[in-house]
Design a protein around this ligand. Structure first.
Ligand code: G3P
Length: 197
């Protein structure tokens, strides 16, 4: 019973649609009708600017961090990564936003921030290196995921982490299907502050 409560709470935490809330409360717009239509930090940066983008990205990350910490906070014998994965599912299929949410990146990163701060920092490094070179947020997100899979398989013996990272990365690729098509067609928008068009 306690375990189910933790997992449900993690899902509900993940379901908080920060992009929708910030757009509606702060700017009076529904972010789903603008830009890529995605309920995530990148689309918020694109449509509403740096301040709103930062708030949404941090909020989306922190719900992953908080969800993964629930089993420890409440001393319930459940793996933090399982609670974290529930938050990622909530973020992508939020009960509070008709099950149309984001692409799993920031919330997954937030889970790693709790579980493996070293992996989190190295993921962020890979993300920004790829972003600097390619100027595609989507590609940077996916390649950070690939890095995480390689790192956990070759440099750790943490089986739950390997499984969680592999599943989350596969899920991130699945959620970026449209971005992958646009990258191939060269129609994916590049971020402007790094000189993209
Ligand atoms: O985290 C989402 C990002 O990788 C892509 O977002 O809005 O460009 O589809 P978007």
């Amino acid at each position: 019973m306690e375990k189910a409560l933790i997992l449900i709470t993690a899902y509900l935490l993940g379901s908080i649609p920060f992009a929708l809330l910030v757009g509606k409360i702060g700017y009076g717009i529904d972010i789903r009708e603008h830009g890529s239509g995605n309920l995530g930090g990148t689309n918020t940066f694109r449509v509403l600017g740096v301040k709103a983008g930062m708030i949404v990205t941090c909020g989306d990350m922190l719900k992953g961090t908080l969800a993964a910490s629930l089993p420890v906070l409440f001393s319930v014998h459940i793996h933090p990564l399982l609670a974290g994965v529930c938050a990622v599912i909530g973020h992508t299929y939020p009960i509070f936003a008709k099950f149309r949410g984001g692409k799993a990146v920031a919330t997954s990163a937030g889970v790693m921030l709790f579980y493996s701060p070293f992996l989190f920092v190295s993921l962020l490094t890979v993300f920004f290196i790829v972003l600097y070179i390619s100027k595609y947020v989507s590609l940077s997100s996916m390649l950070a995921g690939v890095y995480a899979v390689i790192y956990t398989i070759f440099f750790t013996d943490d089986i739950p982490l390997m499984i969680a990272v592999s599943l989350l990365t596969a899920f991130i690729f699945y959620r970026h299907r449209a971005n992958i098509k646009r990258i191939v067609n060269k129609t994916e928008p590049k971020i402007k502050w790094l000189g993209g068009k």
